[in-house]
Design a protein around this ligand. Sequence first.
Ligand SMILES: Cc1ncccc1N[C@@H](C)c1cnc2ccsc2c1
Length: 116
Amino acid sequence: LKRSLNQAIAKEKDLAPCREILDQLEAHDEAWPFLLPVNTKQFPTYKKIIRSPMDLSTIRKKLNDGIYKTRDDFCADLQLMFVNCVTFNEDDSPVGKAGHSMKTFFDSRWAELIAH
Ligand SMILES: Cc1ncccc1N[C@@H](C)c1cnc2ccsc2c1
């Protein structure tokens, strides 16, 4: 029991900074394309082109539901969201530009978190 309690404490330590970064991503001026799953009625080709959709609300739910075992699992879903954006959107489109801006922000905050 003691070991599993320590493991639970270690997991919380590992994931706590993820909540902080996710708070900042959701509050970012350019988060608007990523707040909810892409509406496939509005973008009918999206499901064909993007095999694994991902968005900030899904990441938040997975974090709250204890789906992420490590901070790297969390990071992988964010990178998936950014790769989906680059795959579907032109770099100079409004959504494409927002994606690059959000990725740059995330990568710098993640580096601070891991580096510190
Ligand atoms: C991240 C992403 N990738 C590809 C397509 C869409 C989106 N985002 C949705 C929310 C979105 C993005 N832009 C607009 C513009 C009018 S409705 C709407 C909805």
